[in-house]
Design a protein around this ligand. Structure first.
Ligand SMILES: Cc1ncc(COP(=O)(O)O)c(C=O)c1O
Length: 433
């Protein structure tokens, strides 16, 4: 018997929605593929602070946070008031608005490379703009990349999800391994003098080691390649000024998005003025780029991140959860199956059981849902999670999850305990090296 009863409205809506919306979702990671189909909710109706409710009114501690845009908490009063105040004045206008200047100035004050800024809506908009700009500035075409940078051709062509991307585009982007300078050097050597940019997430599921970022900076300087940090995830979480502040390595251009509007759709390409000036010559333009509700939300979000020292709180919550959950894992003698790794600001759930990796990933996700936690491959944190009661409830829930996983792992047929379909990974892009 699966859990469909508990999620009756979700599955009813799924059947109806599928007739009009492929996958019944807009994002792979928010779709049924990423959860145990049959034992998980499929639609969320509302959120408040660190909690969300599905359309059957089941309550969850939200450790997904809409894939990380929520940094303060759902329905933050200050941000919502800023949106409402701006709404009274209008949303989208025919000339620029003063909020663009105010937010660009704010970013410039906190992000080291942000001498100039241009706004957009999605992370993919600004990673692609950074690539076009780097090509225009250097007069070169090739890109070296590691990490995830969105859905556009230049990047997604390098993954297994490259259907529909022209081969001519795919061959211009080469991948290297995080924390492995030799793999970048090999890529650059193969097409010497042809690279416009190196783009990477400065911290992925592991911290940079052996001066990785500083050496990257030097290689780019020596070979006249632009260094682009994709800070769509690290931004406002690892440190107020992003990973470039935290590791004190300054890129030429950087991309921010997700957390900067506490859920409102806004992203920013920032960078050194000598390069950003060239934006006036390339084409990077969008009807909604100066939409004012998101600008107002972002200004208030960033001011609150500063006032409440959010990166510090996220880091300390993550550290507590990592340490205490790893103790619970040890108590159940499950270290060979799962551990919590990754940086404190974004702990990662590492399922180790290789032959059964997908099964145990699925079982874990099933148990998280059963215990009332919306959680996937990582523990995504916001200010609202810093509450002591939420932390202790989370640990209690993990304790039950791990007890159940232990009993499943002792069984000859752990798959008998899965009450729905296995999860289906889209692709693995954030390898640990
Ligand atoms: C590091 C990174 N870059 C770029 C993107 C693309 O952002 P968006 O989905 O807003 O286009 C994402 C999205 O998850 C991301 O994590």
């Amino acid at each position: 018997m699966n859990n469909k009863k508990k999620f009756k409205n979700s599955y009813k809506l799924y059947e109806k929605s599928k007739r009009f919306i492929p996958l019944a979702a807009q994002t792979f990671s928010k779709s049924s593929m990423n959860f145990v189909f049959g034992a998980s909710p499929l639609f969320i109706s509302r959120g408040k602070g660190a909690f969300t409710w599905d359309i059957d009114n089941n309550k969850f501690i939200d450790y997904l946070l809409g894939l990380l845009p929520i940094i303060l908490g759902h329905c933050d009063k200050d941000v919502d008031d800023a949106i409402k105040n701006q709404l009274k004045k209008g949303i989208t206008f025919s000339l620029s608005n003063q909020l663009e200047f105010q937010l660009a100035k704010q970013l410039s004050a906190i992000i080291p490379c942000a001498e100039n800024t241009r706004f957009a809506k999605n992370g993919s908009d600004v990673t692609t703009a950074a690539i076009r700009l780097a090509r225009a500035v250097t007069g070169k075409e090739r890109i070296a990349t590691c990490g995830y940078h969105g859905w556009h051709d230049w990047y997604i062509g390098t993954t297994t999800r490259n259907l529909g991307v022209p081969k001519s585009e795919i061959k211009l982007t080469s991948k290297f391994n995080y924390n492995e300078i030799s793999s970048l050097e090999k890529v650059l050597r193969k097409h010497k003098g042809e690279f416009a940019a190196v783009i990477l997430e400065p911290c992925i599921n592991v911290e940079p080691t052996n001066d990785f970022l500083r050496i990257l900076r030097k290689i780019c300087d020596d070979q006249k390649i632009l260094l682009i940090f994709d800070e769509i995830v690290t931004g406002f979480r690892i440190d107020l000024g992003g990973a470039q502040t935290f590791y004190n390595v300054i890129p030429d251009l950087a991309c921010f998005g997700k957390a900067m509007g506490n859920g409102m759709p806004i992203s920013a390409l920032v960078g050194k003025k000598i390069y950003m000036d060239k934006i006036e010559d390339i084409f990077f333009s969008g009807t909604f780029a100066g939409e004012t509700l998101s600008l107002a939300a972002s200004l208030t979000t960033i001011q609150k991140i500063i006032r409440k020292n959010v990166p510090k709180k996220i880091n300390s919550t993550g550290k507590i959860l990592k340490t205490e959950i790893n103790k619970l894992i040890k108590k159940q003698d499950l270290e060979n199956l799962v551990s919590i790794g990754g940086p404190n600001w974004k702990p990662i759930i590492e399922v180790k059981s290789l032959p059964n990796k997908i099964l145990f990933t699925s079982l874990l996700k099933q148990e998280f849902i059963k215990e009332g936690m919306l959680m996937s491959a990582g523990i995504n944190l916001c200010l609202a999670h810093a509450d002591k009661k939420i932390i202790s409830d989370t640990l209690k829930k993990w304790s039950v999850v791990l007890k159940n996983i232990k009993s499943y792992s002792n069984s000859d047929h752990p798959s008998d305990f899965l009450k729905g379909d296995l999860v289906k990974p889209v692709f693995e892009v954030r390898r640990s090296k």
